[in-house]
Design a protein around this ligand. Sequence first.
Ligand SMILES: [Zn+2]
Length: 267
Amino acid sequence: MLELVGAAALARALPASAAAAPTPPPALRFTRLTWAGIRLAAGETTLFIDATVDPSEPGSAPLQASTPERHALVTHFHGDHCQPEALKPVFNARSRLVCDRDTALRLGDREVPLLPVALYQPEFLSPRTADFVVFAVPASDGLGSPQVSWVIDGGGRRVFHAGDTQVHGHFWNIGRAYGPFDVAFLPINGFRQTLGRTTRVPAPMSLTPEQAVEVAQVIGARRVVPIHYGGGSQGYAEVPDAIGAFVKVAKAAGLAHTVLAPGATLD
Ligand SMILES: [Zn+2]
């Protein structure tokens, strides 16, 4: 309230033209990229998460950034989440690809500088501006690869990006320690991938639509933006009409959600 009073007094003290200045840019802007990719912008920093470029995907385009600081997070090294070569054109001398240490071991000879981090520890991006604070938290990769999810604090908002994790027990702790979240980007396609094996995969290898809604409630997500659906190739099977199923279950549960097409923006 004190701030509001102060702001009103300041507005009265300014000339009319200054008081009617255009509204400032949004504190945090989200852009959905293709598949699991998201771009966030706050202050002087653009932050890419699982950003990939795939010309065969609708809406996929070369990555772009207009802020002086640019960094990237990846949840794991699989090619549908981690493409250092796609980041290279938007990186500058200060940019870092932030990942957990086990993922860094697998990216050691790649094309962009890495910043390996430990679980649960805050990392400030950029170091000079601290527009974003990010924390790597546990995830469960359906193929047994190292994988983390990301808690991201920036622009006065708290965000969760779950990569393509399966359901697991750490969601309780993540919600308790870092929630609630203004927006959670959750995978919904519940894929099963055989990779040439003949045995049936015993459990979905990413969250299913129903699990995504339940996880959102566990971590305290006020809004979900679904990611990681609508693909598929030989040996890779998704839940049929994953996005339709997600919207139906989310509505029934009263969970706020926004379906963003690749390239679409949310302030
Ligand atoms: Zn994936």
